[in-house]
Write a protein of this length. Structure first.
Length: 239
């Protein structure tokens, strides 16, 4: 039988995984290596589909607005260890089907933009495409996380076309500004490094850094808007 029951032990994000879970997971991986690899291959294809969509939008908007709204695009597949941790924390029996149904961020695409307005413009254009289905939207610009994190997260379903079938796959898309991407990447390295304990003062300092990044985003976008207005005004005067 494919399903292997996990224990009811809940593993916190910063704790080591119980050795029994590791052994059971390794045993399960050996038994179901082929269907697991096949599933991950499908997610890899879904990443390519979404990444291509954003690269096409970037090319199109570069021509329309004479600048590239996308600075970088990063992609990742969730590691087997991260998948196992999440399944154990949620106390979900381990199976390929349960992984597919319950873990929505196995495939991830991060789009980094210069300005917050670019993020909403790109998200709108992306979600307008008739083969993209929005499953969940979390706007952390409007409702920042308690640690100060700001971003736009989308869980979407996109089709992948195989040699003999079409499959719908879930992908998590994160859209961030350059400043917030710097903060989030650095904060993750600091906060989740093994045995790295943060004092209340350090927690507060990280929060203040996030606030500063948000203020930098606001000021840079305001400067950019001022430059655009001056350019339009100058063009009108010279006509």
């Amino acid at each position: 039988m494919e399903t292997m029951e996990t224990s009811a032990v809940v593993i916190n994000r910063d704790e080591s995984v119980n050795i029994d879970h590791v052994q059971n997971f390794n045993q399960w991986m050996k038994q179901y290596a082929r269907p697991y690899r096949e599933m991950m291959s499908f997610y890899s294809c879904a990443i390519m589909e979404v990444e291509t969509k954003f690269r096409v939008l970037s090319e199109d908007m570069s021509l329309a607005f004479e600048r590239n709204p996308i600075e970088t695009i990063h992609t990742r597949l969730k590691s087997p260890e991260s998948i196992m941790n999440k399944m154990v924390r949620r106390q979900i029996p381990l199976s390929v089907e349960n992984i597919r149904e319950n873990i929505h961020d196995i495939a991830g695409v991060r789009v980094v933009c210069s300005f917050q307005s670019d993020i909403y413009m790109l998200a709108d254009a992306f979600l307008m495409q008739d083969d993209v289905t929005l499953i969940q939207r979390k706007d952390y610009f409007q409702n920042p996380k308690p640690n100060g994190y700001r971003s736009l997260h989308l869980i979407v379903s996109v089709p992948i076309f195989l040699h003999n079938e079409k499959k719908s796959m879930k992908v998590e898309v994160q859209l961030r500004t350059l400043a917030m991407d710097l903060w989030a990447s650095t904060e993750h390295k600091i906060r989740y490094k093994k045995d790295n304990l943060l004092s209340p003062a350090d927690h507060q300092a990280l929060f203040e850094c996030a606030q500063s990044c948000s203020e930098i985003d606001r000021k840079l976008e305001q400067i950019y808007e001022n430059v655009l207005k001056s350019k339009v005004s100058q063009e009108i005067k010279t006509k």
